[in-house]
Design a protein around this ligand. Structure first.
Ligand code: SF4
Length: 554
């Protein structure tokens, strides 16, 4: 039963009379032959090992492995398909796959997800018959998988692969691709241009995992040697599964450090690119100077931008004119001109962001004033700052500055990071978070945690060890601040020079609580999603105490 095309020569089945052919693979097939009582793997074409093409990390033989199961719980669920790909660099040395007869029925949703039917697995061998061939295939090679601990939990229960090293492409991607939108195998494959036509089948998933792993290794090989060395120094005494990968990378980088121009060699050695792994930081702006006399907005001129045939219609194909949006823009502009309060109730789809951004930015620029915009959540802040404001910057004929300001704990504290790097007794979770931070630092200009992928509560708690924190801040005495490298103080300085300052309600209210010591002084404020402000105020400006706390205080 073939599935999809193959890059490899056609295979001749050695068991043509076998009643069941489990799967035909790209490059090899594994089938169950009841007369032989075992699964076989047959190598396609010439699978003679070829010399490694790129360095030590690529020269190892790995086995990418994937399972399909009846569910997520290894205690109660069972394996229904196993796929494995043995590879070195780009070369597939062999593949192995078989359906597995589970001791319980396959739930309908799993049949729907995988396309594997109950009838198919009823004709497949039980897992105990496949253990020997699978062990002989994998041997002691490192196992590569996406969320590999999931697959290994099922296999370890059968006593399989208890001592193989395991490399998780999910973990590696979280370190090497901090800006990926999502980290599922399918989404990463899409982002990296990896062909992945059939999903949720064991062999196809294993092949995609192999391609993802190779893409990640190539990405890792671009890291500065100084970063890789620091990761290895930190990992030296940590039982961290990715340690071997980074050790191999360091040896490869060190070998190739003498190739290329002098500049490339210095970069590879980490001699360029900034002390402490920081990338070049953007210039900080100068504080705004309010105009001596307020210049009012030309409301008709601003409204024309959103009218039919206006600047937005010309610039954005498919632009939809919305009279309610224009009415809101006029109301906001007039409120700014008159210095009045305004309350607007705008339905979803009105386009309220542009309706307030356009008058806000014109008013701020022509009067040298900050306009603070507060959103309910950090996600909305990011959307405004990364989507709507850049759209506006592209369309307006003048320059303006915008700053995103978040709560202090969102910014990394370089002094606390240095302390953690020198602590010496790191856990594997701490090691993983530090690796993420070290890879990300040369590329960040904000030091904002939102740019990192920290999916678990443990990782977010570890971030707390390196986050900017008033209790642990040396402020003016801090060498990082004196050198202009402190991300938190840089963000504040940038806000002082920004026309639009985008905050969230929590930060806005913290500023209220400490009498305007968080934000630069401002006189104009737009509260987006203001219906959340009451809840946010209750949360920010109240405190809770329980009996335990009172007893502790007493
Ligand atoms: S000034 Fe404070 S927050 Fe900034 S790096 Fe120094 S100690 Fe950390």
């Amino acid at each position: 039963m073939g599935r999809g095309g193959s890059l490899y020569p056609p295979l001749v089945c050695p068991f043509p009379s076998a009643p069941f052919c489990s799967i035909m693979l790209s490059g090899a097939l594994a089938c169950w032959a009841p007369d032989l009582g075992r699964a076989r793997s047959i190598e396609a074409g010439s699978a003679e090992p070829t010399p490694p093409r790129i360095g030590r990390v690529m020269s190892r033989i790995y086995v990418a492995l994937d399972l399909e199961t009846t569910g997520l719980d290894p205690e109660h669920d069972a394996i229904i398909e196993i796929g494995a790909v043995k590879f070195r660099d780009d070369e597939v040395l062999d593949t192995w796959s078989s359906l597995v007869r589970p001791p319980r029925p396959i739930p309908y949703k799993i049949q729907h997800l995988t396309g594997i039917s109950q009838e198919e697995v009823d004709r497949a061998p039980p897992l105990r018959s496949l253990v020997g061939p699978l062990l002989r295939f994998v041997k002691d090679h490192p196992i590569v998988g996406h969320n590999v601990s999931f697959d290994l939990r099922f296999l370890n229960r059968q006593g399989l692969f208890l001592h193989n090293s395991a490399i998780d492409t999910f973990e590696l991607a979280g370190i090497l691709l901090p800006h990926a939108a999502r980290y599922s195998l399918g989404r990463l494959a899409e982002e990296l241009g990896i062909s992945f036509p059939t999903r949720h089948r064991a062999l196809e998933d294993a092949l995609a995992t192999k391609d993802l792993f190779l893409a990640l290794l190539r990405s890792a090989s671009q890291l500065p040697l100084s970063v890789i060395r620091e990761i290895n120094r930190l990992a030296a005494r940590v039982d961290w599964p990715l340690r071997q990968v980074f050790r191999d990378l360091e040896r490869d980088k060190a070998r190739f450090a003498f190739a290329g121009s002098i500049g490339q060699q210095l970069l590879a050695k980490g001699a360029l690119g900034g002390e402490g792994f920081l990338g070049p930081l953007p210039e900080e702006g100068r504080p705004l100077r309010p105009a001596p006399r307020k210049r009012p907005l030309d409301v008709d001129e601003l409204a024309a931008m959103l009218e039919e045939g206006g600047a937005f219609a010309e610039r954005f194909p498919g632009y939809e004119y919305r009279p309610q949006q224009v009415a809101m823009l006029r109301a906001v502009a007039e409120a700014l001109n008159r210095g009045e309060h305004l309350l607007v109730e705008a339905a979803t789809g009105v386009g309220k962001s542009m309706a307030y951004l356009i008058p806000a930015v014109h008013f701020a620029v022509q009067n040298g004033e900050h306009v603070v915009i507060s959103t309910n959540t950090i996600n909305l802040q990011d959307q405004l700052f990364r989507k709507d404001i850049p759209d506006l910057q592209r369309i307006l004929p003048f320059e303006f500055k915008a700053a995103l300001l978040k709560g202090r704990s969102n910014y990394i504290c370089l002094r606390r990071l240095a302390a953690l790097r020198h602590r010496g007794d790191l856990s594997p979770d701490e090691m993983r978070v530090l690796a993420k931070i070290l890879v990300w630092l040369p590329s960040t200009v904000t030091g904002d945690r939102g740019e990192l992928f920290l999916p678990t509560p443990q990782e977010r708690a570890i971030w707390g060890l390196v986050a900017s924190d008033p209790e642990n801040c040396l402020a003016e005495r801090c060498p990082y601040r004196r050198q202009g490298k402190c991300f938190f103080y840089r963000a504040r300085r940038q806000a002082e020079g920004a026309h639009l300052i985008v905050v969230n309600h929590a930060l806005l209210l913290s500023d209220v609580a400490v009498e305007n010591r968080v934000l630069p002084e401002y006189r104009y404020l737009i509260v987006d999603e203001a219906h959340h402000l009451e809840d946010a105020t209750t949360q920010q400006l109240s405190f809770a105490v329980d009996q335990g706390r009172i007893e502790w205080l007493l």
